[in-house]
Design a binder for this molecule. Sequence first.
Ligand SMILES: C=CCO[C@@H]1O[C@H](CO)[C@@H](O[C@@H]2O[C@H](CO)[C@H](O)[C@H](OCc3cn(-c4n[nH]c(N)n4)nn3)[C@H]2O)[C@H](O)[C@H]1NC(C)=O
Length: 134
Amino acid sequence: MEQGLVVTQLDVQPGECVKVKGKISSDAKGFSVNVGKDSGTLMLHFNPRFDCHGDVNTVVCNSKEDGMWGEEDRKADFPFQHGDKVEICISFDAAEVKVKVPEVEFEFPNRLGMEKIQYLAVEGDFKVKAIKFS
Ligand SMILES: C=CCO[C@@H]1O[C@H](CO)[C@@H](O[C@@H]2O[C@H](CO)[C@H](O)[C@H](OCc3cn(-c4n[nH]c(N)n4)nn3)[C@H]2O)[C@H](O)[C@H]1NC(C)=O
Protein backbone atom coordinates (compact mmCIF):
# COMPACT_ATOMS: atom_id res chain seq x y z
CA MET A 1 0.00 0.00 0.00
CA GLU A 2 1.51 3.35 -1.06
CA GLN A 3 2.64 5.43 1.93
CA GLY A 4 1.04 8.87 2.12
CA LEU A 5 2.34 12.04 3.70
CA VAL A 6 3.66 11.76 7.26
CA VAL A 7 4.75 14.67 9.46
CA THR A 8 6.32 14.06 12.85
CA GLN A 9 7.95 16.16 15.58
CA LEU A 10 4.95 18.50 15.60
CA ASP A 11 3.85 20.49 18.66
CA VAL A 12 0.29 21.58 17.89
CA GLN A 13 -1.40 22.95 21.00
CA PRO A 14 -5.10 23.15 21.95
CA GLY A 15 -6.86 25.88 19.97
CA GLU A 16 -4.33 25.78 17.16
CA CYS A 17 -5.28 24.44 13.73
CA VAL A 18 -3.83 21.87 11.34
CA LYS A 19 -4.95 22.71 7.79
CA VAL A 20 -4.58 20.12 5.07
CA LYS A 21 -5.37 21.24 1.52
CA GLY A 22 -5.59 18.71 -1.24
CA LYS A 23 -7.53 17.00 -4.00
CA ILE A 24 -9.63 13.87 -3.70
CA SER A 25 -8.88 11.45 -6.53
CA SER A 26 -11.51 11.18 -9.22
CA ASP A 27 -11.81 7.45 -8.52
CA ALA A 28 -11.28 7.63 -4.75
CA LYS A 29 -12.33 4.66 -2.62
CA GLY A 30 -11.37 6.49 0.57
CA PHE A 31 -8.77 8.51 2.36
CA SER A 32 -7.81 9.27 5.93
CA VAL A 33 -6.31 12.13 7.89
CA ASN A 34 -4.70 10.94 11.13
CA VAL A 35 -3.48 13.09 14.01
CA GLY A 36 -2.03 12.13 17.36
CA LYS A 37 1.21 11.07 18.98
CA ASP A 38 2.36 8.53 16.39
CA SER A 39 0.89 5.90 14.06
CA GLY A 40 -0.13 3.69 16.97
CA THR A 41 -1.62 6.41 19.16
CA LEU A 42 -4.15 8.53 17.31
CA MET A 43 -6.34 11.27 18.72
CA LEU A 44 -8.33 11.04 15.49
CA HIS A 45 -8.49 8.84 12.43
CA PHE A 46 -10.76 10.84 10.09
CA ASN A 47 -11.73 8.45 7.30
CA PRO A 48 -14.13 9.48 4.52
CA ARG A 49 -15.13 6.31 2.66
CA PHE A 50 -16.57 6.51 -0.82
CA ASP A 51 -16.68 2.74 -1.18
CA CYS A 52 -14.36 0.72 1.06
CA HIS A 53 -14.33 -1.48 4.13
CA GLY A 54 -18.01 -2.15 3.52
CA ASP A 55 -19.03 1.52 3.71
CA VAL A 56 -20.39 3.79 0.97
CA ASN A 57 -20.28 7.59 1.26
CA THR A 58 -19.64 7.45 5.00
CA VAL A 59 -17.25 9.34 7.24
CA VAL A 60 -15.82 6.98 9.85
CA CYS A 61 -13.95 8.45 12.81
CA ASN A 62 -11.96 6.52 15.38
CA SER A 63 -9.11 6.72 17.84
CA LYS A 64 -6.23 4.31 18.26
CA GLU A 65 -4.44 3.57 21.53
CA ASP A 66 -1.29 1.42 21.68
CA GLY A 67 -2.08 0.14 18.21
CA MET A 68 -5.67 -0.87 19.05
CA TRP A 69 -8.63 0.76 17.32
CA GLY A 70 -11.35 2.22 19.51
CA GLU A 71 -15.07 2.25 18.82
CA GLU A 72 -15.96 3.62 15.38
CA ASP A 73 -18.13 6.71 15.07
CA ARG A 74 -20.04 6.95 11.78
CA LYS A 75 -21.12 10.45 10.85
CA ALA A 76 -24.39 11.49 9.17
CA ASP A 77 -22.83 14.00 6.80
CA PHE A 78 -20.71 13.15 3.78
CA PRO A 79 -19.71 16.50 2.19
CA PHE A 80 -17.19 15.06 -0.26
CA GLN A 81 -17.25 14.25 -3.97
CA HIS A 82 -14.76 12.59 -6.27
CA GLY A 83 -12.28 15.13 -7.59
CA ASP A 84 -13.07 17.77 -4.95
CA LYS A 85 -10.39 20.22 -3.86
CA VAL A 86 -10.86 20.49 -0.10
CA GLU A 87 -9.34 22.15 2.94
CA ILE A 88 -9.62 20.14 6.14
CA CYS A 89 -9.00 22.03 9.39
CA ILE A 90 -8.41 20.04 12.56
CA SER A 91 -8.32 21.62 16.03
CA PHE A 92 -8.85 20.24 19.52
CA ASP A 93 -9.21 20.94 23.20
CA ALA A 94 -9.26 18.73 26.27
CA ALA A 95 -12.76 17.48 25.47
CA GLU A 96 -13.01 17.11 21.71
CA VAL A 97 -11.48 17.25 18.27
CA LYS A 98 -13.15 19.40 15.58
CA VAL A 99 -12.81 18.77 11.86
CA LYS A 100 -13.98 21.70 9.72
CA VAL A 101 -14.61 21.16 6.04
CA PRO A 102 -16.69 23.38 3.77
CA GLU A 103 -20.22 23.61 5.21
CA VAL A 104 -19.79 20.88 7.82
CA GLU A 105 -18.04 20.64 11.17
CA PHE A 106 -17.46 17.17 12.61
CA GLU A 107 -16.82 16.59 16.32
CA PHE A 108 -15.15 13.62 17.97
CA PRO A 109 -14.25 13.11 21.64
CA ASN A 110 -10.63 13.55 22.71
CA ARG A 111 -10.80 10.03 24.13
CA LEU A 112 -7.14 9.82 25.01
CA GLY A 113 -7.03 13.27 26.64
CA MET A 114 -4.13 14.18 24.42
CA GLU A 115 -2.62 17.59 25.12
CA LYS A 116 -0.77 18.09 21.84
CA ILE A 117 -0.60 16.78 18.29
CA GLN A 118 2.86 15.53 17.36
CA TYR A 119 1.97 13.42 14.31
CA LEU A 120 0.03 13.93 11.09
CA ALA A 121 -0.48 11.34 8.37
CA VAL A 122 -2.62 11.47 5.25
CA GLU A 123 -3.36 8.17 3.55
CA GLY A 124 -5.37 6.90 0.64
CA ASP A 125 -6.86 8.59 -2.42
CA PHE A 126 -6.01 12.20 -1.51
CA LYS A 127 -3.24 14.32 -3.05
CA VAL A 128 -1.89 16.80 -0.49
CA LYS A 129 -1.25 20.24 -2.00
CA ALA A 130 -0.39 22.21 1.16
CA ILE A 131 -0.26 21.97 4.92
CA LYS A 132 -0.58 24.96 7.24
CA PHE A 133 -0.36 25.25 10.99
CA SER A 134 -2.00 28.28 12.57
C1 LIG B 1 -18.00 -5.90 10.21
C2 LIG B 1 -17.03 -6.56 10.83
C3 LIG B 1 -15.69 -5.98 10.87
O1 LIG B 1 -15.86 -4.54 11.05
C4 LIG B 1 -15.01 -3.85 10.18
O2 LIG B 1 -13.65 -4.06 10.63
C5 LIG B 1 -12.70 -3.41 9.76
C6 LIG B 1 -11.30 -3.83 10.19
O3 LIG B 1 -11.06 -3.38 11.49
C7 LIG B 1 -12.91 -1.88 9.87
O4 LIG B 1 -12.00 -1.23 8.96
C8 LIG B 1 -10.92 -0.57 9.59
O5 LIG B 1 -11.44 0.60 10.30
C9 LIG B 1 -10.38 1.37 10.91
C10 LIG B 1 -11.04 2.52 11.68
O6 LIG B 1 -11.85 1.98 12.70
C11 LIG B 1 -9.46 1.91 9.82
O7 LIG B 1 -10.17 2.74 8.92
C12 LIG B 1 -8.85 0.72 9.07
O8 LIG B 1 -8.05 1.16 8.01
C13 LIG B 1 -6.81 1.72 8.45
C14 LIG B 1 -5.96 2.13 7.33
C15 LIG B 1 -6.33 2.37 6.05
N1 LIG B 1 -5.18 2.72 5.44
C16 LIG B 1 -5.00 3.08 4.10
N2 LIG B 1 -5.97 3.22 3.16
N3 LIG B 1 -5.33 3.57 2.01
C17 LIG B 1 -4.02 3.67 2.29
N4 LIG B 1 -3.04 4.02 1.39
N5 LIG B 1 -3.79 3.38 3.58
N6 LIG B 1 -4.17 2.68 6.30
N7 LIG B 1 -4.64 2.33 7.46
C18 LIG B 1 -9.96 -0.14 8.49
O9 LIG B 1 -9.36 -1.34 7.94
C19 LIG B 1 -14.34 -1.56 9.42
O10 LIG B 1 -14.59 -0.15 9.56
C20 LIG B 1 -15.33 -2.34 10.28
N8 LIG B 1 -16.70 -2.09 9.80
C21 LIG B 1 -17.72 -1.98 10.65
C22 LIG B 1 -19.08 -1.73 10.02
O11 LIG B 1 -17.58 -2.04 11.85
